[in-house]
Design a protein around this ligand. Structure first.
Ligand code: SF4
Length: 318
């Protein structure tokens, strides 16, 4: 049996995660520890533990942050009320919300101002969905997958738009939209894709790779929406099995039994070191033949939050 590994590209860090992690690192450099971070800066255990070791303190709410301290809001975005709370507590707030999430917030505000009913496709309880919904709670209803469509009621079927969480499965979202359109034929679409480029590109690479694999390993954390979606996409595209692991040591040797081709990818919040550990684990077990499935080039980068850049300049930090 010739054992081989197919490695998806693109995989791992997206521009929004890169910016959010660097925001915490630079804030630690400029202001010194501790720096408070509201919620996990990105949904990855390893990233959170690494930043904790450098002096970041992760909290759930602003009220856990001492008055006057520095707080960073995570890449997933926050509702306006969270900014108000920070102001009331005199916190120095730095907003690391991914600009592509901010774009969806702006769409929500615009459609709410025009008095639309907004159907937000996303996962109940996910931080991004809570943040986006908070922009216009009286106008937004959550649609959690195709089965959520039946519960929807709107005021005017001619004035309805759908928006979505940025990290969903493209195929499942379109299935939900089709179901919504059967009910609301005049439903309008967002002005541009809400599912972000990074989510789409990682799913495309897995779709290309999975039909050739008996097993697809996705490196990522359980609470990472885009990572969980990659497992679903791999299974949907023909992999016999697919598992999510945070670390190489979580791989069960039994998964490799009778497997000739293993596909490897990672979610948008995963540093590549963790993928390299998985490749080393596989190489030790005879999967040394490695080929890359290259499906898209990514060049996007985002600049750091303005409020931080200003203080970096003053402190002479580059
Ligand atoms: S996954 Fe997409 S929306 Fe989320 S941080 Fe990355 S680029 Fe931004």
């Amino acid at each position: 049996m010739s054992k081989r590994v197919l490695l998806a590209k693109p995989r791992g860090y997206c521009a929004g995660v890169d910016r959010a992690v660097e925001t915490v690192e630079k804030a630690l450099e400029v202001y010194g520890p501790p720096i408070y971070v509201r919620k996990e800066i990105v949904h990855n255990k390893h990233v959170v533990a690494t930043l904790e070791a450098k002096g970041a303190i992760f909290v759930e709410e602003n009220e856990e942050v001492p008055v006057g301290a520095t707080v960073i809001f995570s890449a997933h975005g926050v509702a306006p009320v969270v900014h108000d709370e920070a102001k009331a507590r005199k916190l120095r707030a730095i907003d690391a919300t991914c600009p592509l999430v901010t774009k969806v917030h702006m769409e929500a505000r615009r459609y709410a101002a025009e008095d639309y009913d907004i159907l937000l496709i996303g996962h109940e309880g996910h931080e991004e969905v809570i943040g986006t919904s908070g922009e216009a709670p009286e106008h937004i209803q959550l649609v959690d997958g195709p089965d959520g469509v039946d519960k929807i009621t709107v005021r005017d079927p001619e004035k309805v738009v759908w928006l979505s969480q940025t990290t969903l499965s493209v195929d499942e979202t379109m299935e939900t939209v089709d179901r919504l359109r059967q009910k609301l034929p005049l439903l309008q679409a967002p002005p541009s894709d809400d599912i972000c480029y990074a989510t789409q590109n990682r799913q495309l690479a897995v779709k290309e790779m999975a039909p050739q694999c008996e097993l697809v390993l996705v490196v990522g954390s359980r609470n990472s929406s885009n990572s969980v979606r990659l497992v679903e996409v791999a299974l949907g595209a023909g992999a016999d099995a697919s598992y999510l692991v945070d670390f190489a040591h979580e791989i069960d040797e039994a998964w490799l039994h009778g497997v000739e081709t293993v596909g490897v990818t990672s979610g948008a919040s995963v540093p590549d070191d963790l993928v390299q550990d998985v490749l080393a684990y596989l190489a030790e077990r005879g999967y040394g033949d490695l080929a890359t499935i290259d499906s898209a080039e990514e060049r996007l980068t985002f600049s750091l939050p303005q409020e931080l850049k200003r203080d970096m300049k003053k402190a002479g930090v580059s």
